[in-house]
Design a protein around this ligand. Sequence first.
Ligand code: NAD
Ligand code: IPM
Ligand code: MN
Length: 371
Amino acid sequence: MNTQENNQKLTLRSGGPAARIAVIPGDGIGKEVTPEAVKVLRAVAAAGKRRMEFVEFDWGADKYLHEGVSLPNGAVEMLRDEFDAILFGALGDPRVPSNQHAGDILLGLRVKLDLYVNARPLELLHERLTPLRDRTEKDLRIMVFRENTEGLYAGVGGFFKKGTPDEIAVQEDVNSRKGVERIIRYAFAYARQKGLKRVCMSDKSNALTFAHDLWQRVFKEVRQEYADIDSRHVYIDTLAMEMVRDPRQFDVIVTCNLFGDILSDLGAQLAGGLGLAPSGNIHPGRTSLFEPVHGSAPTIAGKGIANPLGSVLAAGMMLEFLGWKTEADAVHSAVREALFKNYLTPDLGGAKKTVEVGDWLAEFVAQAATT
Ligand code: NAD
Ligand code: IPM
Ligand code: MN
């Protein structure tokens, strides 16, 4: 990107004329929840007299099966240079058991756009949503930072004697000094910036004596620069238990790619379920990607009952990333209000359809702006 383009991009990010958003609904319920998030974004942008432009891309299982194309040539450069952010749905289709297209598109974008921070906030928005006894909203508010470009997801490995009784399958855990350091640093910097007091690094260094020894050494080094933050290490197995036993112990958690994946689904359920959990795949200052944590949920796809709140909250995270704090807060308030009023899909005990919830949220943000 040349300097002129870069400046142009910074202007857009700082709330200039228009934000350009690439929309990739993907497969299954991704196609149902993403339009609702766009609907809410349009409403909140109009209410704040902001301009947002949306360009939709049909990348997903259908295209892959019909055209053999997963992530089109030139897609990465186009997203990087022509868009400020990406709103993503979900990928995964029973007709593609290898999940090849999802690997190419979602994992491909995370790596090729170098979106090294996977921010997955766990926030209990209404106390009745948690399966934990005697816990209320103030007891569960954790930001999980998942390393998003390497680890066991690096795709390094192979088969030996595949398909024979002597087959061997190897999948390497790739941890670079740079990769580990930047995510740990990001977690500490975030805690300091948000006035949060505690950072917990989680690994499995007692068993993974090479890969996670590196995490240990980097963590010990970086924490020295953050004496104002109470930093601690907890092994991942214990952390899974502690999050259930007493989630009040944690403000910020930082961990590797695979552990972050598992922990974020566990945490999502503590806060009400996958239908509510948002995430941001971020490289500070560059085009970043926002998506619900959940997948394409094939068994409920097409029924119009998928919960759009995770996608809407991810859109809210995108607004914050774009620097539109007022609009981000408005989206968050609308979701809380829907929970409060029980205007919800069946997974949360409601009787509303996906589209009805989206309409209600869009109406709410529009009304809120006029009162
Ligand atoms: P899933 O998240 O799709 O579904 C898990 C469970 O949660 C299901 O019972 C589903 O019905 C429910 N659920 C999820 N989102 C919901 C919503 N918004 N509203 C109501 N209920 C919801 O996970 P899975 O079943 O393990 O995977 C299905 C497919 O999705 C697979 O192909 C998987 O690889 C893919 N996947 C994609 C992503 C992604 O694109 N980021 C994430 C996870 C899984
Ligand atoms: C997620 C998903 C993906 C992941 C899958 C679809 C590859 O589970 O975004 O949490 O493991 O990162
Ligand atoms: Mn996952």
